[in-house]
Design a protein around this ligand. Structure first.
Ligand code: AMP
Ligand code: MN
Ligand code: MN
Length: 316
């Protein structure tokens, strides 16, 4: 399965590594780990993430060549697209990627289009980092601390700190190995969960005040507006983890966070427990993800967006 990628890496020299907009722990940790692996092989990797790395992942050993904003246009021996169910998830300018080099798609979303020349899609993998770890193993890479902490953090965050149904035995086995490379689980947990600025909690207070439940308290919905960001001096990176908090409510099957992008465009994040497939619901709106964690954007005023969501969940 990895032979083609190994050949491309062996033959090539310059590589672009990219992942989805609003990078999470997997997008960040996976791109960073692949950078360090290619760097250790004497290659010239470069990372493109449209959006800045959120503050909670700033502790990760960051490679020197990480571009944000505009895609660094060049010719590459391969373009790695990680954790992207669809190439448009890379952000504006994604159409140009295919002209910059052969695209290698490595992903674990249930809604993935095989947009690459090579496509490694494993919906049973906890994270892209888990798939990459398998690749590194077959390449006999010497695992360094910088690689290990990026891999550990990607798995730790994509499994919701080993809580979600994608927490498989492979996730534990890899993370155990990473601890033997020097990763301290308590340090990663502290950096990810206990290192928020005070402003984030002021924002969370405002967001939780908007909490409403539907369908006999089985669906919980909360909202974050631009006005709340202004009032608390925060931005979208401070909302990471909010939808997971709403999911903690007893009896709630689906948690929904609506984030205002503009007055007529909302980013929707959904998390579910058990069998409710939120990727399927988000797919109705052109988004996607995993069965228990998915996202999309919906056009319209807040009232229209809520109505469309209620319709999707068949709520009168
Ligand atoms: P988020 O709610 O943005 O944290 O995303 C939850 C999951 O759904 C992640 O695995 C995302 O990669 C995926 N996802 C979010 N938004 C979209 C989208 N518009 N299209 C496809 N997948 C998405
Ligand atoms: Mn992701
Ligand atoms: Mn992921």
């Amino acid at each position: 399965m990895f032979q083609e990628i190994r050949d491309i890496i062996e033959r090539g020299e310059k590589f672009l590594i990219t992942a989805h907009i609003d990078p999470d722990g997997d997008a960040t940790g996976s791109t960073f780990s692949l950078y360090w692996v290619l760097d250790s092989l004497g290659k010239q990797p470069c990372i493109y993430l449209r959006d800045p790395v959120p503050y909670m992942y700033e502790f990760l050993p960051k490679p020197p060549r990480v571009a944000h904003g505009e895609i660094p246009e060049d010719r590459y021996d391969a373009v790695f697209a990680l954790d992207c169910g669809n190439l448009f998830r890379v952000g504006n300018g994604y159409e140009k990627l295919k002209d910059m080099g052969p695209v290698i798609n490595i992903d674990h979303h249930t809604t993935n289009e095989p947009f690459g020349i090579v496509n490694i899609i494993d919906a049973n993998a906890s994270s892209v980092a888990e798939i990459l770890y398998g690749l590194y193993k077959t390449m006999q890479v010497t695992m360094t601390y910088d690689m290990a902490i990026n891999i550990y953090t990607a798995i730790f965050t994509d499994t919701g700190s080993f809580r979600y149904s994608n927490t498989n035995s492979q996730a534990f086995l890899i993370c155990e190995e990473m601890t033997r490379c020097g990763v301290a689980p308590s340090y990663v947990a502290q950096m990810v969960h206990e290192n928020h600025p005070k402003e984030r909690f002021l924002l969370l207070g405002l967001v939780l005040a908007t909490l409403e439940t539907l369908k006999n308290d089985t669906i919980a919905m909360a909202m974050v507006t631009q006005e709340m960001f202004r009032r608390t001096n925060t931005s979208k990176e401070h909302t990471e983890g909010f939808v997971e908090s709403v999911r903690e409510i007893r009896g709630v099957d689906v948690a929904i966070l609506l984030r205002e992008i503009t007055g007529s465009l909302y980013k929707i994040s959904m998390r579910s427990k058990g069998n409710t497939d939120v990727a399927g619901i988000c797919n109705l709106f052109g988004g996607g993800g995993h069965r228990n964690a998915a996202g999309c954007t919906i056009d319209g005023t807040i009232g229209e967006v809520k109505d469309r969501l209620k319709e999707a969940f068949k709520i009168e």
